[in-house]
Ligand binder design. Sequence first.
Ligand code: IMP
Ligand code: MG
Length: 205
Amino acid sequence: MAKSPSVATNAAEEMTAFCGQNSLGQDVERILVPEHSIQDRIRGLGQQIDEHYLGKDLLLISVLKGSVLFLADLMRAISIPHEVDFLATSSYGASTNSSGVVRILKDLNEPIEGRHVILVEDIIDSGHTLAYLTRLFRHRNPASLEIVTLLDKPSRREVDIDLFWTGFSVPNEFVVGYGLDYNQKYRNLPYIGVLKPEVYQFTSD
Ligand code: IMP
Ligand code: MG
């Protein structure tokens, strides 16, 4: 398994640029992973996936909605033929904590039996979502089942997850951008940033 690089701590230029032009950026305390680092890392992941799955029937499964930007860029970083499918699980709503309860809102369109499957996730936090999904999919008898996540928050883990590829390890802070949301907003920020606590501290749930 590849080691994940640590996140950039100083991205002041990018911060200034986006906070000036984009009102969503004003709710961001600091940038954890700038746009160019995300793209560099995804290119590397794409090459590793190319080598690992050469000649195999590869299916990428995106867990909606947080992983769609990652999926779109990862697909273009992978040069071998592959297909995609989508799955939706229940979200946290307006909370920043996982309930540990996972509900399937939209199942896959196609069977995965005999196929080489990679689950594409935005972030692994407690691990409950992925623990549930891997159990569910193993019962459907794929040829192989691995996980690629853009972000990993290892300090929050409540259940063990076997991560095959990780983009970046991040500290225990609530992050948004590049597909990740708070209350369905901030997904369109091009970087990963830490949300200012005052944005969510008055939300109950
Ligand atoms: P888990 O089940 O606790 O591992 O949580 C997985 C899901 O929670 C992720 O796929 C995200 O959708 C969401 N999530 C966890 N941490 C964050 C965060 O810091 N920002 C945005 N979404 C998060
Ligand atoms: Mg997710």
